[in-house]
Design a protein around this ligand. Structure first.
Ligand code: AMP
Length: 120
């Protein structure tokens, strides 16, 4: 992990509600809110409250919070009414993964077909 990547991002401010963002869910481990630039009809970000810059920085201590991302994704998908049709969960890592915000986050995308995974 580089010092630069360990710096707080805008997501820490959202978690602490220092910038106004409607939270769809928050508990002691995770926070969820809508993506500011949605790539599908439903596009929600679910993030650990702890600053973990990339998936490469995940440790065993993070397993509870990272597991919580999935139970919250399931809950929000049902709340959005997209659970039966289905959705995609994505986590990007570093440059080749297309990561832009260095505070790990799960994208919940749905509300429409999101297409098959295609070969690059
Ligand atoms: P990634 O490319 O996986 O790092 O995704 C970062 C996501 O964060 C992008 O989809 C952005 O649209 C989203 N994003 C950046 N800033 C904000 C913000 N202030 N509120 C909500 N979503 C944001």
């Amino acid at each position: 992990m580089t010092e630069q990547k360990a710096e707080e991002t805008i997501f820490s401010k959202i978690i602490r509600q220092e910038i106004p963002t409607e939270l769809l869910y928050q508990d002691e481990l995770v926070t969820a809110f809508r993506d500011i630039s949605p790539k599908a009809k439903t596009h929600i970000l679910i993030i650990p409250n702890k600053l973990i810059p990339t998936v490469n920085d995940v440790t065993q201590d993070d397993e509870l919070a990272l597991g919580r991302l999935f139970t919250v994704a399931k809950k929000l998908a049902a709340q959005e009414g997209i659970d039966e049709d289905g959705y995609r969960l994505i986590m990007n890592c570093n440059r080749h993964g297309g990561q832009e915000v260095y505070h790990i986050h799960m994208h919940l995308l749905g509300g429409q077909p999101v297409g098959p995974l295609v070969a690059l």
